[in-house]
Ligand binder design. Structure first.
Ligand code: GAP
Length: 511
């Protein structure tokens, strides 16, 4: 597919055409940065959520689940620091009237320097061939050193300024770097200001007694306030984790890029409670474990990279993102944060309740440290969907659009297709549907010529097509066609369950 913009537009159009994602309340022209998941989207999203849940909760004896409410006592957000510090630095362009996140403008500039350095490295690798020593080149080539040095300097200056709330310096940096409005090229900027991202709402019927509430901006706080409930009732011993999936809400300043940055989205978070001092060991463990989980989906190792934070959130002593190569470049997919004892201690202070663990070996109470893994379900969806969408040329000169979704998360696992709508073939096909539907989401399709039906299933992301023809009536065999290879194999109907299980079951993917 041509260029990045083009590819991204195709992703959005395909998501709509095949019932994956629609704009919210589209008949009223939609709502900015809010989306609905259609008949296929809801299945893909549910399957990704389940793939995460099983890898966290079923695969770890010391991790349990939770489903806390979206509404929480308002003091929660005072304690967590969100009321005072959950801000994004925004900047407006006076000419275009467009609003941007100042830190994102600077990060995009820094990313371009990295790309320039990588280009030099790639050029040299081509020139020197086998003899190329990348590490030596990176540490000696003046141009690469200049680009990487500048990038480092820019990111650390921004990190320092944001930490010190020195917004004037953030603006100065934008001006010194000559950063222009990406859409219009204008450099006529306002000052940088902080903007709180939480949505407020009210609980209660009458205006004078109603309580001010927030829609939760992360699911994590529901876990922290239930730490003791779960630890005591589940008799959990440190180290242990609590996992949760659910909606979160943020009044994002810049909410473009489809489902990458939404105002209502879903998170899959896990808080791992550890002994103070052990947090770096677990931080490394979870970085490694989470990357392996992503790689298990087979979207390509080259599409992931770690990015260590220069600017740490108010609660963290170490943090890294797993970035993914989205159609618009590498961006954050998941965060892994060492949150220290910040949250539990803050909730102790604000609630007056002890949130501690009695360590039977040390014979003492302590507030556990926390290592968090936090991934956006909608971003996972976008990563999977955009990588899966491919246009390919076939040997016969024609082309096809194929959605190579990992079979384990594909919405419909197999389409059962009678070759013709008569001669008893639909009846046999329906019997196969009846047999498979207990374990797999399967579809029946008898409309149009078989070739067109194959193409439709390819584009919808269905991994297997099972075709019933006249031979089936004699020998109880069917043709199984693989979406990716387009290979067709003749198999007995009695083997279908095993074929589906080998290709789709989570056990085979997670292992
Ligand atoms: N509890 C920690 C936390 O919320 P975060 O880095 O702000 O950390 C975690 O968010 C993940 O949630 C991100 O890596 C991203 O995948 C997802 N996420 C955050 N804001 C989002 C948004 N506006 N739209 C979609 N996903 C978002």
């Amino acid at each position: 597919m041509a260029n990045k913009d083009d590819k991204f537009k195709k992703v959005i159009a395909h998501a709509k055409e095949y019932g994956y994602i629609f704009s919210s309340s589209e008949i009223y022209d939609g709502l900015s940065a809010v989306y609905d998941y259609g008949q296929n989207g809801v299945e893909l999203k549910k399957n990704i959520r389940e793939y995460w849940w099983k890898s966290m909760v079923f695969m770890h004896q010391n991790i349990v689940g939770l489903d806390a409410a979206i509404f929480m006592h308002p003091t929660t957000w005072k304690a967590s620091g969100h009321v005072d510090a959950f801000n994004d630095p925004l900047i407006d362009n006076k000419d275009s009237k467009k609003r941007y996140r100042a830190d994102v403008l600077i990060e995009d500039y820094a990313e371009k320097l990295l790309q320039k350095a990588n280009k030099e490295i790639a050029k040299a690798a081509k020139r020197f061939g086998e003899a190329f020593n990348e590490e030596e080149f990176k540490s000696t080539n003046p141009r690469v050193l200049k680009y990487l040095g500048q990038r480092e300097e820019i990111l650390s200056r921004m990190g320092r300024s944001l930490e010190n709330e020195d917004l004037a310096d953030v603006k100065a940096l934008i001006e010194e770097l000559g950063i222009a409005d990406p859409e219009t090229g204008s450099k006529n900027w306002t000052d940088v200001r902080q903007f709180n991202l939480m949505f407020g709402t009210k609980l209660g019927a009458s205006a004078d007694t109603a309580t001010d509430l927030y829609l939760r901006p992360e699911t994590a706080q529901g876990i922290f306030v239930n730490f003791l409930n779960v630890q005591k009732t589940g008799r959990m011993k440190i180290p242990f984790g609590i996992a949760q999936t659910g909606k979160a809400f943020r009044n994002e300043i810049v909410a473009r890029q489809f489902i990458f940055r939404m105002r209502e989205f879903e998170q899959m978070e896990m808080q791992f409670f550890v002994k103070p001092g052990d947090e770096m060991k677990w931080y490394e463990y979870w970085k490694d474990t989470r990357l392996k989980w992503h790689l298990s989906l087979g979207l390509g190792e080259e599409n992931y990279r770690f990015h260590d934070h220069d600017k740490l959130a108010h609660y963290a002593n170490a943090a890294a993102d797993i970035e993914f190569n989205f159609p618009f470049g590498f961006k954050e997919l998941e965060g892994i944060h060492s949150r220290t004892d910040f949250d539990l201690k803050a909730h102790e202070e604000h609630s007056g309740k002890k949130l501690q663990f009695f360590d039977p070996e040390m014979k003492e109470n302590y507030v556990p440290y926390v290592v968090e893994t936090s991934v956006g379900l909608d971003r996972m969806f976008l990563a999977v969907f955009s990588t899966a969408l491919q246009e390919e040329k076939l040997e016969d000169g024609t082309s096809r659009v194929v959605l190579r979704l990992p079979a384990v998360v594909a919405p419909v696992k197999a389409a059962i297709l009678p070759l013709v709508k008569k001669d008893g073939l639909p009846e046999v096909a329906n019997k196969i549907v009846e047999d498979l539907k207990w374990n797999y989401n399967v579809a029946y399709d008898e409309k149009d010529a078989i070739g067109r039906r194959y193409r439709r299933q390819d584009a919808a992301g269905t991994p297997l097509c099972i075709t019933v023809d006249h031979d089936t009536l004699n020998d109880n065999t069917v043709t199984v066609r693989d979406r990716d290879t387009m290979e067709q194999t003749r198999v007995p109907i009695s083997e279908l369950k095993k074929i589906l299980s080998d290709k789709i079951d989570m056990e085979n993917w997670l292992k």
